[in-house]
Write a protein of this length. Structure first.
Length: 477
């Protein structure tokens, strides 16, 4: 299935031209003296006292071609590697960093615990359409090491690479220590395992801690998802076009910082548009126009030749219900047509603020459906079915034909939580709704015994590193 873009080239260039004006005339705050100096050395106009940088179209044009067009996140084994970029299929990832958790069957959330995070990691490990791990952040552990505890638990319980957001470069250093504790794979390759999240603070500001992480990651060869998540009407213009122009500018600035610091550093374009709902007073993601914005932003990322990451499984729903399913699809599907390389947000509710195991199950199936759509259809002679149609003829049936049996289990994607029973049969079978079936799936998968991925000696070493990190990070606060 080919890429389908919503905007004509002229429309896209109007947005991009406005972004260039923002960066060249308004400028962007880079609250990091080293990064400001680097950009000045490459010809950017800067105000060192205000930490503001103005980027010319020529400078941006020099930085963009150095970006890696593809890169691979390694798992513990080659089968779990996740290549991202041109020519590679769409992959899925869960929501990470959510502070709250919704227990199966519950209607109200509460702060995430370490046990919740462990269940999340174990469940993601077993889901076929979610290719990266990571989890909500537990609040019942010291804040200085909660992200490191998640890293350690992922390395213990999962073969998959992971996405995480660090609070400081010091914490990243300790995560890299945890990575170095992992043994080399059977093929001799090191397990890099990490994709880091770095965010612009809209409007038009990169904080020192985020730039620290961006620069250090580039120097260490760790891929970074460069993100911006403005609120329409609060931290960005209220119009779709204005949001797209500002977000394009903010993301471009992050890419330029990365590439001028370390040419060729792997990054992926990761926009998250939100709306400030004036009636509810909250950041909202459930508007149909979010899907439009994501599609435009995927198109802009591809215009720049970058790997692109759609944070598309978005909803304002607070439980796994019809609203959640509707909003996630209306956000993800328009962007899907542009063929992003990574789709994020599985398991997230309340605009990414709440994690739900049931929603993980449902979103894994949504991703499976989207992947199946992207595969398109077979068009060879056998798939076109001339022989079987001719063989069955008028008034016959296809139920027992070998052609039907050959395609039966692979032609149509079957969701385990969907009901296909007639109303009377469904009622007599217990009248389970979609959420109830998802709960059953959660219980079944988590009932399986834990199987640590690393040896006991590696696990002891990693836990010792976390204890040392806690002392180090606490003393530096």
């Amino acid at each position: 299935m080919r890429e389908l873009f919503l905007l004509e080239d002229e429309e896209l260039q109007r947005i991009h031209h406005t972004s260039l004006r923002i960066l060249g005339e308004t400028g962007i705050a880079i609250c990091h003296p080293q990064a400001v100096r680097i950009m000045q050395q490459h010809g950017a106009r800067v105000d060192s006292e205000q930490q503001r940088v103005w980027l010319s179209e020529e400078l941006i044009g020099r930085a963009l071609p150095t970006v890696a067009r593809e890169f691979t996140l390694t798992g513990s084994e080659p089968v779990h590697d996740v290549p991202l970029g041109a020519g590679h299929p769409l992959r899925g990832r869960p929501v990470v960093g959510a502070d709250f958790f919704l227990e199966p069957g519950a209607t109200s959330h509460r702060p995430t615990t370490l046990r919740n995070a462990e269940d999340w990691i174990r469940l993601v490990e077993q889901l076929p359409n979610i290719h990266l791990n990571g989890s909500p952040y537990p609040s019942d552990v010291p804040a200085a090491i909660r992200d490191l505890l998640v890293v350690e638990r992922v390395f213990e319980l999962s073969h998959k690479p992971m996405l995480l957001s660090h609070y400081s470069a010091d914490a990243l250093r300790w995560s890299l220590e945890l990575v170095s504790a992992l043994p080399r794979r059977a093929d001799g390759q090191a397990q890099s395992r990490l994709l880091l999240f770095v965010s612009c603070n809209s409007p038009l500001t990169y904080t020192r801690s985020q730039v620290d992480i961006l620069i250090m990651a580039g120097q260490q060869g760790v891929p970074v998802a460069i993100n911006t998540a403005p609120l329409a009407g609060a931290t960005a213009p209220y119009t779709v076009a204005g949001m797209a122009a500002q977000m394009n500018a903010e993301l471009l600035a992050g890419v330029v910082v990365s590439q001028l610091s370390t040419p060729g550093a792997p990054v992926i374009w990761s926009p998250l548009p939100l709306v400030f709902d004036m009636r509810a007073g909250v950041a909202a993601s459930g508007y149909a126009e979010i899907g439009l914005l994501l599609a435009i932003l995927m198109q802009l990322g591809k215009l720049h030749g970058l790997p692109v990451h759609c944070l598309g499984l978005l909803t304002d729903a607070v439980i796994p219900d019809a609203q959640a399913g509707c909003e996630k699809l209306q956000a993800a599907y328009p962007a899907l047509l542009a063929r992003p390389h990574l789709m994020g947000g599985a398991g997230g509710l309340a605009s990414y603020n709440v994690g739900s195991l049931e929603q993980l199950i449902l979103d894994d199936e949504i991703l499976g459906s989207l992947f199946h759509i992207l595969e398109g259809m077979e068009l060879d002679d056998d798939a076109l079915g001339w022989d079987v149609i001719n063989r069955v003829g008028p008034g016959g049936h296809f139920l027992e034909d070998v052609h039907t049996l050959r395609y039966l289990r692979r032609q149509y994607y079957s969701r385990q939580t969907a009901n296909r029973l007639a109303p009377e049969t469904w009622a007599s079978a217990g009248a389970l709704d979609t959420r109830s079936r998802a709960t059953e799936q959660v219980q079944m998968l988590l009932a399986k015994p834990e199987n640590p991925v690393v040896s006991e000696s590696v696990l002891r070493h990693m836990r010792g590193l976390v204890q040392r990190a806690q002392k180090d990070l606490a003393s530096s606060e």
